[in-house]
Design a protein around this ligand. Structure first.
Ligand code: NAD
Length: 420
């Protein structure tokens, strides 16, 4: 297996956490030093933009562009929020990062705060990620004791534990959660850059996104772009593998690696059964099939293939898996986690779950398949936030690539994959 460059995982040792001494021994806080001593905030923002860094939380929005919208020079309170509410099924890369090397994220937070001229940051962490929260609290205390927060103008960093629902990962619901009000999403625009936390300009960035920033400053924008394996890509990416692979671990791999190579790095298919399908970027991304093994794992190529790069949480399914059942399993999660704020999500996802249950349990009909198509048309693009849109990702893939399985369930009046 080719040895791929390890940037975010260079200090990673299974089961161990690197704190400040180990982190500084391998070049930690040099990116911050470079920013504070040799660069203006505008130059930091420009370098991140030139590096082509795209948000690692799922949407892939250009980080430099997001920072360029931010009114950094406006006087008064402004905030940075770090989204660590990783709760997408099949996504666990931020947890691995925070369990192994939390100072990378803290260094990225301090650099971002300098670039955006904010003096207060909130790290919003998933309820179940207690070890990550404790690592972050220790890393913040160590960075403070070492003078890094004072050096960046007296930055305050709060570690905020989520109350534990999926909707809190949506950036505006998260702002409400920090404010202590009901965490329903807010309408966008205005984007948080204009009106965010406590009504003030706010940038929300993902954990892994910020961890890339110190490396971009030390290595330079061209070096970061060159880490990608494809033209137009930038950086490395943490891929969380799960499902029917031999090795279901988190790997740091170049952006632009092909899906087939990712599967090989995961040791190939468990038990030797052929590959059938995968979710390439978390539970809210449409399925890919064996026809897509050469696709480059990056935002634009995956969109062109009808799916999304999302969080690069790759869940693999072997031949013999019932894709109706797999989709139903995901829809049970999404329907339960709908915050209930808008009708397409609250009622639509419950309806989609019910249709899939009917078909999977042998009570399907051609009308129900037609209703599923209808729900897809009526939910996609019509919900208040991205939750329902994302929930319809696997349904879109099911209808696109596995319609024959829906029909087989109806024809046989049972799940054809269950042996009895
Ligand atoms: P989005 O495309 O609406 O926004 C992405 C980011 O860009 C946001 O921070 C937004 O404020 C900013 N932005 C977009 N347009 C802007 C503009 N014109 N001006 C200023 N800022 C702008 O996507 P989203 O709703 O934030 O996120 C959806 C994604 O979240 C999905 O793609 C999914 O993959 C991902 N997701 C991840 C997890 C997880 O556990 N990591 C969970 C659920 C969903």
């Amino acid at each position: 297996m080719t040895k791929h460059p390890q940037v975010l995982f260079k200090n990673r040792l299974p089961g161990e956490t690197v704190f400040i001494d180990g982190f500084r021994k391998t070049g930690g806080y040099r990116g911050l030093e470079k920013a504070l001593k040799t660069m203006t905030p505008a130059e930091v923002r420009e370098t991140v933009k030139d590096a082509g860094l795209r948000g690692r939380g799922g949407a892939g929005f250009s980080t430099g562009l997001k920072w360029s919208f931010f009114p950094a020079d406006q006087p008064g309170p402004k905030y940075l929020v770090v989204n660590g509410d990783e709760m997408e099924p099949g996504t666990y890369k931020d947890r691995v990062l925070l369990e192994s090397d939390p100072h990378q994220v803290i260094e990225g937070v301090i650099i971002a705060a300098y670039a955006l001229r904010v003096s207060e940051a909130y790290i919003f962490i998933r309820f179940a990620y207690e070890r990550c929260a404790r690592n972050l609290e220790r890393a913040v205390a160590e960075a403070e004791a070492a003078g890094f927060l004072a050096g960046a103008g007296g930055l305050k960093i709060h570690v905020h534990r989520s109350a534990g629902r999926y909707i809190l990962g949506e950036e505006t619901a998260q702002l409400n959660g920090i404010e202590g009000v009901r965490p329903t999403p807010r309408s966008k625009p205005p984007f948080p850059a204009v009106k965010g936390l406590f009504g003030k300009p706010t940038t929300v960035n993902n954990v892994e996104t910020l961890a890339c920033v110190p490396h971009i400053l030390t290595g330079g924008a061209d070096w970061f772009k060159g880490l990608a394996q494809n033209a137009g890509g930038a950086g490395t990416k943490l891929f969380g593998l799960s499902g029917h692979l031999k090795t279901t671990e988190c790997f740091e791999l170049p952006v632009g690696i092909t899906l087939g190579e990712v599967i090989e790095i995961g040791g190939g298919m468990r038990g030797g059964r052929p590959f059938k399908a995968c979710l390439p970027g978390g539970a809210s991304t449409p399925f890919l099939t064996a026809a897509h093994l050469d696709v480059e794992m990056d935002f634009d190529p995956l969109s062109a293939a009808g799916s999304r790069f999302g969080t690069a949480g790759v869940t693999v399914f072997e031949a013999g898996t019932c894709m109706v059942g797999a989709t139903l399993n995901l829809l049970r999660f999404f329907a339960r986690e709908s915050c209930g704020w808008c009708t397409p999500c609250r009622d639509g996802l419950a309806m989609v779950r019910w249709i899939l249950e009917e078909i999977e349990e042998g009570r399907g009909s051609a009308e129900l398949i037609a209703m599923l198509r209808d729900q897809k048309r009526n939910i996609s693009g019509r919900s208040f936030c991205a939750l329902a849109e994302g929930a319809m990702g696997p349904v879109t893939g099911l209808l696109e690539h596995f319609e024959d399985e829906l029909e087989d369930h109806v024809r046989q009046g049972r799940c054809p994959f269950v042996k009895n």
